[in-house]
Ligand binder design. Structure first.
Ligand SMILES: Nc1ncnc2c1ncn2[C@@H]1O[C@H](COP(=O)(O)OP(=O)(O)O)[C@@H](O)[C@H]1O
Ligand SMILES: O=C(O)[C@H](O)[C@@H](O)[C@H](O)[C@H](O)COP(=O)(O)O
Length: 181
């Protein structure tokens, strides 16, 4: 258990550009946990596909999710940035780490578009943002997940996540699906 009492994998999920990596690095540092960048687990073919403006299919994503899930099973005290857009994708990760706690970083589409347009990315074109929102299935009430709005600065987003995690008590994880607006 780390000093904040979190010992289970935390998966920061949401569309491209919602802040998974930015928030994940800071959150992991606060929690004394490892940070895992989900982008690094995409196959070469997957990267080429996205770079050419074609969204990944379910079939493309499942092996990627398995690679990530296996990594988390071996290193459960980690914060991972992984879009995990659909319920079935999250369930695939849960097949490896049943206790994974998902944090949905919810971003207004215009805000996220603006942020993605002002950053550079190795393989993800801004044009795919629409397909990300089309595929997105926000967490359902029965999932171990909570939602945090990302329209505020990174420090505040991280603080909110820490507060939500802290409400659970040492060694526990949040189950509430409540949304912070
Ligand atoms: N809360 C935030 N406030 C302002 N800018 C942010 C915030 N979170 C992320 N950003 C910026 O938005 C862009 C996308 O963030 P990033 O972490 O790369 O998203 P993702 O990993 O989900 O693709 C980056 O330029 C990052 O600096
Ligand atoms: O399932 C997918 O379509 C991808 O995982 C996608 O959601 C992800 O956004 C890209 O890998 C780009 O990475 P960023 O999310 O870091 O922009």
């Amino acid at each position: 258990m780390n000093e904040r009492g979190v010992q289970l994998p935390i998966v920061l999920m949401g569309v491209s550009g919602c802040g998974k990596s930015t928030i994940g690095v800071r959150l992991a540092s606060e929690l004394g946990m490892a940070f895992i960048e989900g982008d690094e687990f995409h196959s070469k073919a997957g990267r080429i596909k996205m770079a050419s403006g074609r969204p990944l299919s379910d079939e493309d994503r499942m092996p990627w999710l398995d690679r990530l899930g296996e990594t988390l099973a071996l290193a459960p005290r980690s914060v991972v940035a992984c879009s995990a857009l659909r319920r079935t994708y999250r369930d695939r990760i849960r097949d490896w780490v049943p206790d994974a706690q998902f944090v949905y970083l919810k971003g207004d589409r215009r805000v996220v578009l603006k942020r993605t347009m002002s950053r550079s990315h190795d393989f993800m074109p801004v044009e795919l943002l629409g397909s990300q929102y089309s595929v997105l299935e926000p967490p359902q009430p029965d999932e171990a997940a909570f939602t945090v709005a990302v329209g505020v600065g990174p420090d505040r987003v991280v603080r909110t996540i820490l507060e939500r995690l802290g409400h659970l008590g040492p060694g526990t994880i949040p189950q509430s699906p409540a949304v912070d607006s």
